[in-house]
Design a binder for this molecule. Sequence first.
Ligand SMILES: [Zn+2]
Length: 114
Amino acid sequence: MDSPVVVLRAARDSARRRLAEVEVQLMQLREARGAESADDEHDPEGGTLSAEWSRIEGVRVGVLTELEGIDAALDRVAAGTFGICEVCGTAIPEGRLEVRPTATRCVRCAELRQ
Ligand SMILES: [Zn+2]
């Protein structure tokens, strides 16, 4: 298994790339919408582009949440608490961290909270 820092940094790079991509898409949509709603500028929810806008904005929020989780995990690595369940304090199994390096709870606690 790669060290969690390597995995987390790779995940962060990938998330940042996706964030940059969706921000470009939103910018392009904003320009397209600006042109489209020239006579209709007081109705931001109207227009044929708003569904696409909502979809991409949803992706952006998802990537931001992912980045927060990754940064929090990197903070835990720095603080020496990475891989420790935040609820019960036991070690989270390596296999789980490999699949989900941003996990903050062991499998048992994660299931209990659902
Ligand atoms: Zn736990």
